[in-house]
Each structure stands twice: as structure tokens, then as C-alpha cells.
Design a protein around this ligand. Structure first.
Ligand code: LLP
Length: 414
């Protein structure tokens, strides 16, 4: 469900025509719908309402302060993977007690920063990291709450770059023998074992991988408790897919319905870390057609947005639907939508049937709210684009388009 619809032939975000925003802020830009973000968060959060729970938004999916603040006000926590994400989450007003810190490469400085903030828990990914957290906590005269991230070796049946719960992946501890690491953690002087963490992958469109992973976690919690290790929380991760194309991923309610019976008897606080499921369909990327280029073999629609702005098509061959911002009656063509960057991999869509656009027309790349702006760069010295948030019949720029001066900030000629 989202709030991007045609009203009298004009693609609109809630009640605001996208073309009006393009006139005001220029192109390209990311556009988010407040109502959609709120709806997605509430649906997800309510699905787990029968148990004590925290819905910790995966900040990496969409890290704009306004988006984080909006979700924080609705009760969201944050799943972070860097000191920068911790900084953002706190600036946005998300309480430290609702923040969990994942990632295989936490630095000493980041660990100290998170301890000083008093986050809910570190989600530890390796033995050396566990010892480092213990040491830093000792130096700061405090105790670190930790979960161990367990790799349940479940196939999430998704793109290999975003599968994280298979045994060949770099994430977490292999489930076999992990109880020994829990026991060791429990005996460390500056560590307090608090939970079990899993995250098996992203853009998961089936329910069984979640169920298998939850069953393994439940079994593990039983084993740990039998050994006298107290477990307060279970984090089942994020990963729920969204319909980019024809996929029909499970709804949050279906996910909860399948896993809650497994989690109910465990007497734990349930954490989830959805990113894409909240933000993906709440945002679009809007770009303007510069010109059409026909090579005889192929038609290229050259637009002012590029792979540096929306990297998912180049990196994962990901599909984003392309829609005209103004519906017309031009002839149907099949075209590649490409940007100005000097790489053949610079495309936003390939071999796509569409209405033949004219120079100056606006196109929308749908479902771009997650891993869109947050993965953008300034490659080819292209300033990062603006981000805009619509609320009902109003809109606000929530991140100004970068300038050339922003591009060279911090650089200096010796
Ligand atoms: N928790 C952890 C520990 C994660 O690593 C991730 C995502 C999430 C939660 C959120 O997953 P989600 O609910 O959004 O699926 N750039 C890729 C996606 C990478 C996901 C990395 N980890 C893409 O554009 O598809």
C-alpha cells in the first residue's frame, strides 16, 4: 500500500502533484510520502503487538533525519551499523534505549560512543569483537549489554549479495557450538548477555525462511536457559520483501502470524529490524528526460538521474517500475532508461516497454524509498540530489540538493 497515485493523469504523492514539486525543487529528487511511512510502520509494529516488542527501523535503508524523527515519534527504535547512524538516530530523537548496533566491523571508537549513549544492546558478530567490547566497557567502567548474532544457515532465497544467513556469509556466529560462546560471554566481567540476534537476508518474499530461523532461535534459547544463561530478547531481524514487480511477499501480519506461535512461549521481548518494508514503497525517484537517442537497434531514454543517485539497478540488476509523471498517449516503445555517467552499467531500467517520452518529461522510478538516497554517491562529481517529504497537501525539502561547493568541501590543494 502506498500513496503515489494518478489524479487526472498527474502522478501525485498524497495530494500533491509530483510535477509541482519538480518545478519547485528541480530534478532529480527523492520524494517520500509521510502517510505511507506511517502506515507501513504502524502495520508492522501492530503485527507484533501481542508480545513485548520493539520495531527497530534499519537506518541504512533511509537515513534522512526527518524520516527517522517521524518513525521515532511513532515509537520506532533503530538498527544501526555505524557511529554515523548512531549520530543520526540520536539527532532524530530516537531514544538510546531503543537502539541496537549490528555489523562485523565496529571500531573501538564506535563501541565507546555507543556505550556512552547507553544503547539497548550490541549485536556481536565475532569472538574478537566480543573481547573488544568487554575491554572498552571495562575502560569506561561500565557493562555492555550484548546479543550474539547467530547465523542459522537458512536460505532466504534472495539475491546472493543480500543473503546474510547462509553459513558461507561473513555475518554472525555459526549456530553449531554457539552456546559455548554465549557461556564465555556470560563469564566476561564487563559483558551482560541479553539476547539472540538473527538477520537472514533482505527482500525475502517467502515465509518459510523466517519460520525456520525462528524455530532455530527458539531451540537455541531453550539450550541457553538450560545452561543458566538469561536471555531477555530475541531479534528476528529485518528482510521482509516488497513488491517491486510481480512479487507477492508476505504481509507483516502474515509474517507475525507464522512466527508468533514459535515466539509466544519464550518469554522474550521480540525485536524486528525492518528497513525496506517500511521505506521501500514510501519513496520514489523523480528524474527528467534530457533527450531520446535511437541507435537503430535500440532506444535510449537519457535522463538527468544516474547510477550515482539510484544504484540498485546497476549493482543488483534490480527492477524499479518506470512511470510517466504525466500520463500521455504517445506510442509505446521499448527502451533503456540511462543516465549521463560514463559507464555502460549506468542504467535505471533496461528493455522496458513504456510510452515514448519527450525531452523535458518527468519519469518516476517507483519503490525507491529504501537503499535509494542512502546508497547514493557523488560519482562523476554529481552533487547529491534533494529529498522531499509530502504530508497531505504540503511538501518540504528535507535535504537540500548539494551544491558544487559541497562537492569540494574538505578538499585542499597542497
Ligand atoms: N538488520 C540487519 C542486521 C541488516 O543487515 C539489514 C540489511 C536489515 C536489518 C534491514 O533489512 P531490510 O528489512 O531492509 O531487508 N542494499 C540492498 C539491501 C542491503 C541490506 C543490508 N542489510 C538493496 O538495495 O537491496
Amino acid at each position: 500500500m502506498h500513496h503515489f497515485h494518478y489524479i487526472d493523469g498527474d502522478l501525485s504523492c498524497e495530494q500533491v502533484p509530483v510535477a509541482r514539486i519538480a518545478e519547485a525543487v528541480g530534478t532529480p529528487f527523492y520524494l517520500y510520502s509521510r502517510a505511507t511511512l506511517e502506515h507501513h510502520f504502524r502495520v508492522f509494529d501492530q503485527a507484533f503487538a501481542s508480545l513485548p516488542h520493539v520495531t527497530a527501523f534499519a537506518v541504512k535503508a533511509c537515513s534522512n533525519l526527518a524520516v527517522l524523527a517521524l518513525l521515532g515519534r511513532l515509537g520506532a527504535g533503530a538498527d544501526i551499523v555505524s557511529g554515523g547512524e548512531l549520530f543520526r538516530a540520536r539527532k532524530a530523537g530516537i531514544p538510546a534505549g531503543r537502539i541496537v548496533f549490528s555489523g562485523v566491523g565496529k571500531t573501538t571508537a564506535e563501541i565507546a560512543q555507543a556505550l556512552k549513549e547507553g544503547i539497548y544492546a550490541f549485536q556481536v558478530e565475532s569472538h574478537p569483537e566480543l573481547l573488544l567490547i568487554n575491554r572498552v566497557a571495562g575502560e569506561l567502567g561500565t557493562t555492555a549489554r550484548v546479543a550474539l548474532r547467530v547465523n542459522p544457515d537458512v536460505d532466504p532465497k534472495t539475491h546472493p549479495y543480500i543473503a546474510t544467513g547462509l553459513k558461507e556469509s561473513k555475518f554472525g556466529f555459526p549456530v553449531a557450538g554457539v552456546e559455548k560462546v554465549f557461556a564465555e560471554a556470560d563469564a566476561l566481567p564487563h559483558i551482560r548477555v541479553a539476547g539472540v540476534h538473527q538477520h537472514i537476508g533482505s527482500q525475502i518474499t517467502q515465509i518459510t525462511p523466517f519460520v525456520e530461523a525462528a524455530e532455530r532461535a527458539a531451540e537455541l534459547i531453550g539450550t541457553l536457559r538450560a545452561r543458566g544463561i538469561a536471555i531477555e530478547y530475541l531479534n528476528i531481524g529485518g528482510g521482509i520483501g516488497i513488491p517491486y514487480d510481480e512479487q507477492v511477499p508476505p504481509t507483516p501480519a502474515e509474517l507475525a502470524h507464522a512466527v508468533l506461535p514459535i515466539l509466544k512461549g519464550l518469554d522474550v521481548t521480540v525485536l524486528t529490524e525492518p528497513g525496506r518494508g517500511i521505506a521501500g514503497n514510501a519513496g520514489i525517484f523523480v528524474t527528467r528526460v534530457l533527450r531520446l537517442k535511437d541507435t537503430g537497434d535500440k532506444t535510449f531514454v537519457v535522463v538527468d538521474g544516474a547510477m550515482n543517485d539510484l544504484m540498485r539497478p546497476s549493482l543488483y540488476n534490480a527492477f524499479h517500475a518506470v512511470r510517466p509523471v504525466r500520463q500521455g498517449d504517445g506510442p509505446d516503445i521499448v527502451a533503456d532508461v540511462v543516465g549521463p555517467i560514463c559507464e555502460s552499467g549506468d542504467f535505471l531500467a533496461k528493455g522496458r516497454p513504456m510510452q515514448r517520452p519527450d525531452s523535458g518529461d518527468l519519469l518516476a522510478l517507483m519503490s525507491a524509498g529504501a537503499y535509494g538516497f542512502s546508497m547514493s554517491s557523488t560519482y562523476n562529481s554529481r552533487p547529491r540530489v534533494a529529498e522531499v517529504l509530502v504530508d497531505g497537501d504540503t511538501f518540504q525539502v528535507i535535504r537540500a540538493r548539494e551544491t558544487y561547493e559541497d562537492l569540494i568541501r574538505g578538499e585542499h590543494i597542497p
